[in-house]
Design a protein around this ligand. Structure first.
Ligand SMILES: [Zn+2]
Length: 453
């Protein structure tokens, strides 16, 4: 981005959100923090890093990094800095306070969600197959061009590809697929729009529907790869997951229920296959101390009526098999992590299980992944470098020279306790400090105006 363009964006943010514009400075050094760079390496204590025109240009120990003349200085002593987080599985634009559906899928609501992601320290979120129309592509491109500097990057898989029986809830937006020709044509449509990835579903929904046939997902994967696109699939049954890995799928959008030796061998032979785990819907029924009382980040971003609704839902207690399902998933995750299977973070936030609060689900997912057997460092790498690779945005996911200045300043070290990712002091995206105080003031006004019902 040009310097003049950055300055004008600064002035726009300052004017619209009563923001002090501190990060309008051309060159800034952030010094004194513990820095977790995102690649899994040893944190840098008493670090310094230099940001120029929204880019990180130097990273190292304080005193060993050259500081440009006239640079502004930001003292971060006592803080911990992590790369901004990335959510590789979400559903954006549907949820709005107490309602959820395509009627809410507007420019205003999508941008509101992207601002909420930014508020929570999320640099990018990938809507996985629930988008429709031209709007997602327009907003993706507008945000990438710097037109919405307080919004996280919007990554879109465009419309998913679904068999007729799946065309319900958010899958109403999908391309309806019954033949190989339809499957290939839908993939080419996504390629023409430069969708980030192709999303499809292979699930009998507990034996109630006819799932996508193998000849159709084989055609989808083949056509996608011919068009330089990847494919990620909602599939949770072990035989389906194995068949998809054999068919050269690129990613699985959910954790698989039972991991066995054969799957581990297949994954060893296909080391680029990634999993996002989407543990929140199950785990919150078993463990949600963050809801009673609601964590401040929730009250800052969610309407009181919606918080109450989730409290009421969870008060009914977990499904009878929830604990057993959690144990099955966590055993597999422990095994994946030990074997170095590629694990990213995808929360299913905004999805139609309901009340999966935008932005907040990222922080519970990180906690759930640690509870499932990963180390805090493994989880942070999953949420930053690995997920940046999954959403295919090279400039985020690490605090390193050449990357965009997208990082979160925390009041405590998440390696000590992963829930410290919630102790957010500041968020910077593209070198701009996100005006979080002004944002929550705006949301509180909306919640208390009666406009949330
Ligand atoms: Zn989903």
């Amino acid at each position: 981005m040009e310097r003049a363009q950055r300055l004008s964006i600064c002035l726009i943010i300052a004017a619209t959100l009563a923001w002090d514009g501190a990060s309008c400075q051309t060159s800034t050094v952030f010094e004194g923090a513990r820095l977790i760079t995102g690649d899994g390496g040893t944190p840098i204590e008493n670090a310094a890093f230099v940001v120029e025109n929204g880019r990180i240009v130097a990273v190292g120990r304080r005193g060993e990094v050259r500081i440009p003349d006239g640079a502004a200085r930001v003292d971060l002593a006592g803080k911990t800095v992590i790369p901004a987080l990335v959510d590789a599985h979400s559903h954006i634009g549907y949820m709005h306070n107490l309602t959820s559906g395509p009627q809410n899928y507007t420019r205003e609501n999508i941008l509101d969600h992207m601002e909420k992601f930014a508020y929570f320290g999320v640099a990018a979120s990938m809507a996985l197959g629930s988008d429709f129309g031209d709007l997602p592509y327009q907003l993706r491109d507008e945000i990438a061009a710097g037109k919405h500097p307080t919004a996280a990057r919007f990554v879109t898989a465009g419309r998913g590809l679904a068999p007729p029986d799946e065309m319900r809830d958010m899958r109403h937006s999908a391309h309806r697929i019954t033949t190989v020709d339809e499957a290939r044509a839908a993939v080419r449509d996504l390629a023409a729009h430069k969708a980030a990835i192709v999303k499809t579903w292979v699930d009998t929904r507990n034996g109630t529907i006819k799932p996508l046939a193998p000849e159709l997902y084989l055609a989808i994967i083949d056509e996608a790869h011919k068009n330089n696109l990847r494919v990620t699939v909602h599939a949770t049954a072990l035989p389906d997951v194995k068949a998809l890995v054999r068919a050269d799928v690129d990613g699985l959008a959910h954790m698989v229920g039972d991991v066995d030796d054969e799957l581990m061998d297949l994954l060893k032979a296909h080391p680029n296959v990634y999993f996002t785990l989407a543990l929140g819907g199950l785990r919150r029924s078993l463990f949600a101390p963050w809801l009673n009382p609601p964590h401040p980040l929730i009250t800052e971003t969610v309407a009181p009526e919606q918080i109450k609704r989730l409290q009421d839902r969870l008060a009914k207690g977990p499904a009878p098999n929830a604990q057993r399902n959690w144990e099955r998933l966590s055993q597999g995750i422990t095994r994946f992590a030990a074997a170095g299977v590629r694990i990213g973070v995808g929360t299913d936030g905004g999805g139609q299980q309901g009340d999966q609060f935008i932005g907040w689900t990222m922080h519970t997912e990180l906690e759930n992944m640690v509870a499932a057997g990963m180390t805090p460092m493994q989880v942070l790498v999953a949420a930053t470098k690995t997920s940046a690779g999954i959403v295919a945005i090279d400039e985020i996911g690490m605090v390193a020279p050449g990357k965009s200045a997208d990082f979160v300043v925390l009041d405590a070290n998440p390696l000590d306790d992963i829930t410290n990712t919630r102790r957010i002091a500041k968020v910077y995206l593209r070198g701009f400090e996100i005006p979080r105080a002004a944002m929550t003031t705006k949301w509180q006004a909306e919640f208390h105006s009666g406009a949330t019902r």
